[in-house]
Design a protein around this ligand. Structure first.
Ligand code: ZN
Length: 344
């Protein structure tokens, strides 16, 4: 009996929801301007891609960049445009506090000429799909009135140009277009532990009819924990590039649960990388069978490990192993507006 108790999965082995989503920009300066001034997110870390130090890696999140609040970007001006299609993330969703916030954002998007599709009802929630200036597909999602929200949203940032009651509170979920939907489902509902909780249909667009989308949640469920799988036939393969998503990361609390996740995924037959110390968190990566690059990352240690909370993101931060090369790295980067001027 003691043995069964010991081998039972503890609550800590459930994924905590989304950790971050990483996308691609070809215009770092315009990217900072849109995400900080228009969306009012905080640039919590300005660093470089650790595998390609000629590229900025920009992290936007809540006041301190809590796990679960960040959309991040690699600055790859030569990457070419993304193409939506099989094997790609087709929308990244942010959570806002309520429907009133969504109405406020609709007015703001109209005033600032942000491309949007108006407010829509999906599975009982109000959703506002919109795009950034490079065509990155984003959505603001308001919870339904009676919806439980066990995963805490982010902390409003006092210096944001957006009033606290309307601010983006982190990631809501991610919509995937799998190249092999049943194989993707076997992984997310299998070793990753997601469960189906609802569905909705998307209206027809050029090139495709009405599309069914199934919602899956993990861990405690609710906003911050969702994968939406879109069903579409006769798809051409998509392509990662400017205006598209590079990978999606999910949360686990500690280095111990992280190591256990690596074992669990490897046992399930997935090709998973060794644990990589990203300095702000630990990461492992694997490609799910439908083509989407996934990551599991630890909640900590977080972004305040090498900078003051008050000045997060204002200067170029480098992990200790890159610090000796700071001069060469800085010389290879394009200048960016500072965070303070970005919020003016
Ligand atoms: Zn990542």
């Amino acid at each position: 009996m003691a043995d069964t108790e010991k081998t039972e999965n503890t609550g800590d082995m459930r994924l905590g929801g989304l950790h971050h989503i990483t996308a691609v920009t070809g215009d770092a300066a315009g990217n900072v301007a849109f995400y900080t001034r228009v969306l009012g997110m905080r640039l919590v870390k300005k660093t470089v891609n650790q595998d390609d130090v000629s590229a900025y890696h920009l992290f936007y999140g809540d006041e301190i960049g809590h796990a679960g609040t960040e959309l991040t970007f690699f600055d790859w001006p030569d990457a070419g445009p993304a193409r939506s299609g099989a094997g790609t993330v087709v929308a990244s969703m942010f959570r806002v506090p309520d429907r009133a916030a969504l109405d406020w954002w609709l007015t703001r998007f109209d005033e600032l000429n942000v491309t949007h599709e108006g407010i829509q009802e999906r599975a009982g929630r109000a959703v506002l799909p919109f795009s950034d200036p490079e065509g990155q597909r984003l959505e603001l999602v308001a919870p339904s009135t009676d919806e439980a929200q066990p995963v805490a949203g982010g902390t409003p940032w006092a210096k944001s140009p957006i009033p606290a009651e309307y601010q983006i509170r982190g990631l809501h979920g991610v919509r995937l277009l799998s190249a092999r939907p049943s194989a993707t489902l076997q992984v997310i509902a299998g070793p990753m532990g997601f469960r189906e909780t609802g569905q909705y249909t998307l209206p027809p667009t050029e090139g495709s009819g009405e599309r069914l989308v199934r919602i899956y949640q993990v861990g405690d469920g609710g906003p911050g924990t969702e994968i939406h799988l879109e069903e579409r036939d006769a798809l051409r393969m998509g392509r990662v590039g400017i205006g598209g998503v590079h990978h999606v990361a999910f949360r686990t609390p500690t280095n111990e649960t992280h190591a256990a996740w690596r074992e669990q995924l490897a046992e399930a037959g997935l090709q998973v990388t060794p644990v990589i110390d990203r300095f702000y968190f630990h990461s492992i990566y694997f490609r799910e069978p439908g083509g989407i690059l996934c990551e599991i990352a630890t909640d900590g240690p977080g972004f305040a490990t090498d900078e003051d909370l008050a000045t997060l993101g204002e200067s170029l931060a480098l992990p200790p192993f890159l610090e000796p090369y700071r001069q060469q790295i800085e010389a290879g980067l394009r200048p960016l507006p500072t965070a303070s001027s970005a919020t003016a």
